[in-house]
Design a protein around this ligand. Sequence first.
Ligand code: F6P
Length: 418
Amino acid sequence: MPASSAPPKIAFIMVGLPARGKTFIARKVARYLSWLGHETRVYNVGAYRRSRLGSHHHHSFFDPRNEAASAARTQVALAALEDMLSFLREGGDVGIYDATNNTRERRKFVRARCAAEGLEAVFVESICSDPALVEANIRATKARSPDYEGVPEEEAVRDFRMRIRHYQEGYEEVGEDEGRFVKIIDVGRKMVLQGIEGYLLARVVHFLLNLHVQPRRVWLTRHGESEFNVLGRIGGDSPLSEAGRAYARSLASVVRRRIGQDAVVWTSTLRRTVETAEIVGLAFRAWRALDEIDAGVCDSMTYAEIAGTMPEEHAARQADKFRYRYPRGESYQDVIQRLEPVIFELERQRAPVLVIGHQAALRALYAYMMDRPPHECPFVSIPLHTILELEPTAYGSEERRIDLPPAPLDPEGFRQSS
Ligand code: F6P
């Protein structure tokens, strides 16, 4: 591929006081961009500090007047920056430098290092003036961080507040003369942009606009067993089987007991998901973006028929299931691209979300939620008649699987009794 057609490399430079959600934002952006196929890495200076200088530092370690400690902290900060620049030099697409970068002087240095590598730095500054939000963040993440392992919560919180105060002393907001920036104020209540142009940067800003920190669960389930599932045929638009309708009734009772009537329910536009949602009985929205992978000329065939009549297609899919595109259909990579608006909406929602979908499309959503490399997504197990309950935690999601009756048919066409 000619170099000019490659998307530009980006160095995001986080800015902000401690406990302003920088790491949360950095990891979310990294997860989103990696999912879209951009090689992205976060360089967290706190982690460098812990591995090189140890954890359990008293707040005085962060006092700018403590010269020896300041020099040691600068060293680790520079090491992380250089590692990020090497990553970008050696083929990475997007680097995220996760540090406070709270002075103009430090940012000038970082920008100059990026410029020397032919990279434009984009500052992502998180400003939070709401003391309740900062306090909640300290308690939810900082007091539980490895820095305070074994330290009673109140003592950890007190020490961390002092640490913030040290950074506050020298803090200078990013100015208009500092190039490109995105300022996120009070967790997205307001955003200020400068010099944001180009497709990828615009996507990232759009993504950031939808972020919030309110925890809420997401449930993923395939539709109930369909008539095509019973026949082993892929794609199509068949109705539910009797067992599929029974599953939808089991799902309805879980929704009542565990998920709640305020859940936002999404389906694809295909009959099997819509019928499942109708039995669940809550209002729902049908998204075309959630439709199953389009198997093109192979739609409505069994895997054995494809292998028998189109052995080259079968072999090509076996060789690279992630990139393989069905003739006149889609690949997993294509499915990920079309699911982007669903991800934005998923991030924006504050209510619990139940997605009634299909095997391939749900694998792609799951890879995003669980931060799994995209090329692994075609192999994620998402069986019929199972609910995946995903609970976003500070920096990822926890997963529980709930199998509901009736058991679906096994590959030999038998139904296990349940
Ligand atoms: O068999 C059900 C199904 O949803 C098909 O419609 C779809 O083609 C398939 O699963 C996707 O799974 P895989 O990528 O493993 O073939």
